[in-house]
Design a protein around this ligand. Structure first.
Ligand SMILES: Cc1cc2nc3c(=O)[nH]c(=O)nc-3n(C[C@H](O)[C@H](O)[C@H](O)COP(=O)(O)O)c2cc1C
Length: 210
């Protein structure tokens, strides 16, 4: 057998915070969903989530994972709103709005809007009550498909799966002939470990094996 020398972390005997740090340092780069929701009274909420991916193409489902607040175990406002209103939008985060999006992660009291706090602008969506973000070039309107919850203590995640019912693209980020979204025009950013973010400009091509 070939020698395999690694440091190991047994998650059963390690604090969840240490495991969380190592996981978020190695599951990189993570795309960032800027999730807009409303509460039952129509108050808007906006927050970034990098535990985010596409989970099904047919039907078109995406998912993100809000965690229980570390110290208190309370639900994040986004989860509370999605549970009640069952709709949300996801906007793509690019270099232009990264700093304002980061400001949306401030722990504001429930009902206070991160739109005002960050300076980002809400725009009415077509099919859902949650707003779109005017400054983002791409937005997805989603209806809630399901929520799976993995505990109720600090750090416990809930997987929020949404059906993408309508997609919006700024023509400025698309190839006008084929309609493809061009990464060099989109300039999306991602999250890495700690407070580290990344750009998506360093790309390379590999053809799929036939
Ligand atoms: C780039 C970025 C990515 C984040 N990703 C997540 C995530 O995937 N899950 C999570 O629970 N919190 C994540 N956070 C923290 C939340 O955005 C933060 O707790 C926010 O205040 C939640 O807002 P809400 O209570 O209005 O829902 C992230 C923060 C930043 C800046």
């Amino acid at each position: 057998m070939q020698d395999f020398k690694r440091d190991t972390i047994d998650t059963a005997t390690t604090s969840w915070v240490a495991s969380y740090r190592r996981l978020t340092e190695v599951v990189i780069p993570r795309p960032i969903a800027l999730v807009a929701t409303v509460d039952p009274d129509g108050n808007t909420n906006l927050a970034p989530f990098s535990f985010f991916t596409v989970v099904s193409s047919n039907p078109p489902f995406i998912a993100f994972a809000p965690h229980r607040v570390g110290r208190t175990g309370s639900k994040k406002d986004t989860l509370r709103n999605v549970e009640q209103v069952r709709e949300f939008t996801v906007s793509v985060v690019n270099e232009e709005i990264a700093e304002r999006v980061n400001n949306c992660a401030a722990p504001l009291p429930y009902g206070d809007s991160e739109f005002e706090h960050s300076g980002l602008t809400p725009v009415a969506a077509e099919r859902v009550k949650a707003p779109l973000v005017a400054e983002s070039p791409v937005a997805l309107e989603c209806t809630l498909e399901e929520i799976r919850t993995y505990g109720d203590e600090g750090g416990a995640g809930s997987l929020v799966v949404g059906r993408v019912v309508l997609m919006h693209f700024d023509p400025a980020v698309r190839d006008p002939v084929e309609g493809r979204v061009l990464p060099e025009l989109l300039r999306a950013v991602g999250r890495m470990g700690g407070s580290l973010w990344c750009r998506t400009r360093d790309t390379f091509l590999l053809d799929r094996p036939s």
